[in-house]
Design a protein around this ligand. Structure first.
Ligand code: MN
Length: 231
């Protein structure tokens, strides 16, 4: 069999301490998974988790110690940062119970769920899909994956984001409404997870706009740092 044209290359993420990289299958994202962020978006309470996806090739992969570049996207005047813990799935499955979730996890990374908030809000008002607000090109900067054995207890890790050195978001992964394990249980009831899936687990409060030239620096304790310049 031959192809009409060269297939798009597999997107992969570096893994700390390894020469092999993590080949990406799908990117799942959880909406409104920290209470204070749900409130700032006009919602309250513990609703069931809900999900959206980004294309694998929307990743901006940033090597350890480097500053990546995300081009300022088209069509928006309100590009928001959302710092997130990212879970890298190493073993697939469906209907995974929360108690069994850990063995499906390969490791963790720091990611940014960049959002064209004005377009997302327009779509919300009209009851239309969020794709144009969430799943655009270069919308998912990510740092290297730390294998879980080296990551410490990410479920209690501080998570923060600075823009040009000033704090914008600061919280703790312990404040997730749906924990990593519970998220995997819900997600795998709806889709069969595959090795190579990434899960962006949601952002804490403090989301706000960035402009061209801004430098974003995101951290999850135990996972190092993600530096991205808006180009
Ligand atoms: Mn998000």
């Amino acid at each position: 069999m031959s192809y009409l044209f060269s297939p798009t290359p597999i997107v992969s993420v570096p893994v700390l301490g390894k020469t092999e990289t993590f080949p990406v299958h799908r990117i799942y994202c959880v909406g409104r998974n920290y209470e204070e962020h749900a409130k700032e978006m006009g919602f309250t309470g513990r609703e069931p988790p809900f999900f959206f996806l980004k294309p694998a090739d929307s990743l901006v992969v940033v090597e350890a110690g480097q500053t990546g570049t995300m081009p300022y996207p088209s069509l928006t005047h309100n590009l928001h940062h959302e710092i997130e813990l990212v879970v890298a799935i190493g073993q697939g499955g469906k209907n995974i119970q929360a108690a069994d979730a850990d063995k499906h996890i390969y490791g963790y990374a720091v990611g940014l769920d960049m959002t064209r908030r004005d377009l997302q809000n327009d779509m919300k008002k009209q009851g239309r899909p969020w794709c144009i607000g969430k799943a655009f090109d270069h919308s998912a900067p990510i740092g290297p994956i730390t294998p879980k054995a080296q990551a410490g207890d990410v479920n209690k890790a501080e998570i923060s984001l600075q823009v040009n050195g000033a704090d914008r978001q600061r919280s703790n992964v312990a404040k997730l409404i749906w924990s990593v394990a519970e998220t995997i249980e819900h997600l795998s009831a709806a889709w069969e997870l595959q090795p190579g899936d990434l899960i962006f687990t949601g952002t804490p409060e403090g989301v706000a706009a960035v402009v061209q030239g801004d430098v974003l620096s995101g951290q999850v304790a135990g996972l190092g740092r993600l530096d991205v310049r808006i180009g």
